[in-house]
Design a protein. Structure first.
Length: 354
């Protein structure tokens, strides 16, 4: 079963267990339990004897069933006290059996019928009561499981949205300050390049503030945003060789916003050297027939790394985002050697242009 099918099934079952329909399912349940009696009422099956006992039997059955699913279930089973749940459930089933046995058999019958027949009758009622309680308990447990799954999925989705909003709105103050400072210094040396840098910063901020208000963005826009980010970073890191390559046709491909940026931030942070050692940063996008996006980023590891502030949302959070947004639709590989750090991320696009 695919994840999409599983989600659709949970939604369908969640709708079925809507609290507004609860009374309907209760009525259907008891109609099923008392189907033989109902069929006898309408003349489909043979008319039952002692029909006056049915309302009393129904009341006793309802008391037992609802005591199990609304008292014993949350009190014992749902908190792991299985032994106590089984013990008290069997006690109520036995009590229910005894009451119905006495209700359906007069004192004269109890005195005249052989023990084997009475024992068989008692066992039959016990099995019927056990199946009834077991069926009701199974439905209740299944309902609780589905509703809990829906709640957890909703909570994960809300947490994901919260993290994504944080990421979208996050403008690293250190990055912004350094960019503005570098542009200020550059303005004295090369006003034309300073103007171009201001445009890069403007495009970066516009993308962060206005163009990422959806669950998916165009891959081409995400790539352009990374280029702007790297362009500003290069202003303060002249000792790093940057290689950025895009293969395939990115037009029409959509991706969750800011999936790649944390990997780029991490690569930049850990490729900085404290002694102006020459390093490199290689980024490659390979879009394969609008069916798969292969993202590769590799950075050199300097002998004397520069200690920098921690920024971004962290790789662990990005990995969790990938698991939530692209379940069974991505593959992440990390190579951490002595000389370099490499990330290979393969993602199936959310959708493509028709």
């Amino acid at each position: 079963m695919t994840d999409t099918t599983s989600i659709s099934l949970r939604k369908a079952v969640g709708w079925m267990f809507n609290s507004r329909l609860r009374w309907v399912y209760h009525v259907l349940f008891w109609m099923f339990i008392y189907s033989d009696e109902l069929l006898s009422f309408v003349g489909i099956t043979e008319e039952m004897e002692d029909i006056w006992t049915i309302p009393f039997s129904l009341i006793v059955d309802m008391i037992v069933v609802y005591a199990v699913i609304y008292i014993l279930l949350p009190l014992f089973l749902l908190v792991g006290k299985i032994g106590k749940f089984i013990f008290f459930s069997l006690f109520l089933i036995l009590l229910n059996t005894s009451i119905l046995f006495l209700l359906w058999n007069s004192l004269e019958v109890l005195q005249e019928e052989p023990f084997t027949i009475l024992a068989t009758m008692f066992l039959s009622i016990f099995v019927h009561s056990g199946l009834m309680v077991g069926f009701a308990t199974g439905i209740k447990v299944f309902k609780n499981y589905i509703l809990q799954e829906n709640r957890m999925k909703k909570l994960e989705t809300e947490n994901l949205k919260t993290e994504l909003v944080y990421l979208k709105n996050q403008i690293n103050p250190h990055f912004l300050f350094n960019s503005l400072n570098n542009i200020y210094v550059l303005n004295r040396k090369d006003p034309k390049m300073a103007s171009e840098s201001i445009l890069l910063l403007s495009d970066l901020l516009r993308y962060q503030l206005y163009e990422c208000n959806h669950d998916e963005v165009l891959l081409s826009g995400e790539i352009e945003n990374l280029k702007n980010f790297l362009g500003l970073e290069q202003l303060r890191s002249e000792n790093r060789e940057l290689i950025f390559d895009v293969k395939g046709n990115a037009a029409g491909c959509k991706i969750a916003p800011y999936i790649f940026l944390p990997f780029v931030e991490n690569a930049i942070k850990h490729s900085n050297s404290s002694n102006n050692e020459k390093g490199y940063l290689k980024i490659n996008f390979d879009v394969k027939n609008n069916e798969k996006i292969l993202f590769t980023i590799e950075n050199s590891k300097p002998e004397f790394p520069l200690i920098t502030e921690t920024g971004g949302i962290g790789l662990s959070n990005v990995q969790r985002r990938l698991e939530l947004v692209y379940p069974n639709q991505h593959m992440l590989e990390i190579e951490n050697s002595e000389k370099y750090y490499k990330v290979i991320l393969s993602i199936q696009p959310i959708n493509t242009a028709s």
